[in-house]
Design a protein around this ligand. Structure first.
Ligand code: BES
Ligand code: MN
Ligand code: ZN
Length: 512
């Protein structure tokens, strides 16, 4: 474990490409670059680049790649042995986000080719509006994300190559000095994202609530924050019937993880409260899910993993404010003592809930956890959860739903997420939606029917936020890639980690 964090650092160099000492130099190539552009790459390839462009062997569309040896006979003296051109799209669209994805795509190819060391040319001159550090950080994140290996339990396949030693090539020595710290930050955030992917990828039999909490404790404590895990008795003392209710159908006991990061001379406020859904397997309970695809529900703790891994990053990067993390962890199983539709539970906050569908378990455990984050002193809340299939219907697999209030806090989170490379889009929480949760017997029901399913789920959570600034990211569609893309393989994505971590560095602009 923690394999993803034993990686080497990423060097930044201001050398001209010819002087970079590496096996493979990677050159992002814009659709409209003329072959003669920048640093004699065509010459170095012995004219292979212009030939490949002319013949369309390398059409230079986004993420296309073309690898060629450096010409030796009579050519320029380059230290690299090979060059890989990678399509970077149209030059005006080049951005830190494109850099992150191009770097990840290039990194995945490099791994396939079992290259031991490689250097990525940043081409930061093509983004005059951003400074080199933001671009270098994105590149380091992308390169690091490409190192994740989902085949954790394979014993027979050829194991993937060890991750290469990476370097980033910037325009000159001054830029290299500015890029180095940013690349280290990107490296760390990429590693923490990969750790969250490792956790989400773990099968339910390996990652029980107890094992999940043990792993998260280590992840968080190695970053310098504290971690404490409450057992079922302590959870009962807090009155968290919603969390206990979900856990009742399982023979695995629930856990409640509590993380605290307190920097030296921290201001009294604000205190960021991170809450993550930690269902280590979701069968649906008595309202059981269909068999087809149920294996995917091992990743229903992705939000909780994002919280723990973000806290690790927050500790290692020494965020300036206090941060609290709360992760309720349990299985959702249909055992003999399981919750039944119609059961009424009393939440820790005191509100009563009629459970009409036991498969709407995430909001139950999160309701108690949000309340707890509040009692521990959080002033600003954000939760991350694989909460509703309805969110995937609304926004698909590339965008997480963003909910919350007030609008200023939600908009702030949206901007941070956008920069961090986690696509989110705001969804409405009009008061009228609350009517769908009305219960005849209790304060509310735990589902609001099919219409606006992701919104009524968020409305349910809102009941437990005590009016604090609160954002909710529904990552049901984004936590797992069903299809490989050039920049991300099939499997867990690590969504949310970088947003949560970066959020802890933005408190100077929070108003309420
Ligand atoms: N963990 C699921 C949501 C989910 C579904 C995530 C598919 C990823 C892929 C959640 O606990 C759930 O089952 N939600 C129900 C809510 C419904 C019963 C109101 C859903 O979305 O169907
Ligand atoms: Mn469910
Ligand atoms: Zn669930």
């Amino acid at each position: 474990m923690l394999s993803a964090t034993r990686s080497s650092s990423i060097a930044c160099t201001g050398s001209a490409p010819a002087g970079v000492d590496t096996q493979l130099i990677i050159m992002p190539w814009f659709e409209d670059d003329p072959p003669g552009v920048a640093g004699g790459f065509d010459e170095a390839s012995g004219g292979e680049l212009s030939r490949a462009l002319a013949s369309n062997e390398f059409p230079a569309r986004l993420y296309d790649h073309f690898m060629t040896p450096v010409a030796r006979a009579g050519g320029p003296a380059w230290r690299a042995r090979r060059i890989m051109f990678v399509g970077a799209g149209p030059r005006p669209a080049y951005s830190p986000e494109v850099v992150r994805k191009v770097a990840a795509a290039a990194g995945l190819v490099v791994r396939q080719h079992r290259v031991a060391d490689a250097a990525l040319v940043l081409r930061e001159d093509a983004i005059p509006s951003s400074d080199v550090s933001e671009i270098a950080q994105s590149a380091a994140e992308g390169l690091t994300l490409s190192e994740f290996d989902a085949g954790m339990y394979k014993t027979e396949d050829l194991r993937p190559a060890r991750p290469p030693v990476w370097a980033i090539v910037v325009a000159d020595d001054a830029a290299a000095a500015g890029a180095a710290a940013a690349a280290a930050r990107g490296r760390l955030l990429g590693e923490c994202s990969n750790l969250a992917r490792e956790l989400a990828n773990e099968p339910g039999n390996a990652l029980t609530p107890r094992e999940f909490s043990r792993r998260c404790e280590r992840i968080v404590m190695e970053g310098g924050a504290t971690a404490e895990t409450l057992d079922e008795e302590q959870i009962a003392e807090l009155g968290m019937e919603m969390l206990l209710g979900v856990a009742r159908g399982s023979s695995e006991p629930p856990r409640l993880m509590v993380f605290r990061y307190t920097p030296a001379d921290a201001p009294a406020g604000p205190v960021l409260g991170l809450v993550g859904k930690g269902i280590t397997f979701d069968t649906g309970g008595i309202s059981i899910k269909p068999a087809d695809g149920m294996e995917r529900m091992k990743d229903d703790m992705s939000g909780g993993a994002a919280v723990a891994c973000a806290l690790r990053a927050i500790g290692l990067l020494e965020a300036p404010i206090r941060v609290i993390g709360v992760v309720p962890a349990t299985e959702n199983m249909p055992g003999g003592r399981a919750l039944k539709p119609g059961d009424v539970l009393k939440s820790a906050s005191g509100k009563s809930v009629e459970v009409v569908n036991t498969d709407a378990e995430g909001r139950l455990v999160l309701g108690d956890a949000l309340w707890y984050a509040r009692t521990l002193g959080a002033t600003h809340l954000i939760d991350v959860a694989t909460l509703t299939g309805a969110c995937t219907v609304a926004l698909g697999k590339i965008t997480s739903g963003l909910f919350g209030n007030p609008a200023t806090w939600v908009e702030h989170v949206r901007r941070v997420a956008d920069r961090a490379g986690d696509r989110v889009w705001p969804m409405p929480l009009f008061d009228e939606y609350r009517d769908q949760l009305k219960s005849e017997i209790a304060d509310m029901m735990n589902t609001g029917g099919r219409p606006a399913g992701s919104i009524t789920a968020a409305m349910f959570l809102k009941e437990f936020t005590g009016g604090l600034p609160w954002s909710h990211m529904d990552i049901a569609g984004t936590a797992w890639a069903d299809e490989a893309k050039p920049y991300v393989p099939k499997g867990p994505t690590g969504v949310g980690v970088r947003t949560l971590a970066e959020l802890a560095f933005t408190s100077e602009s929070w108003n309420p």
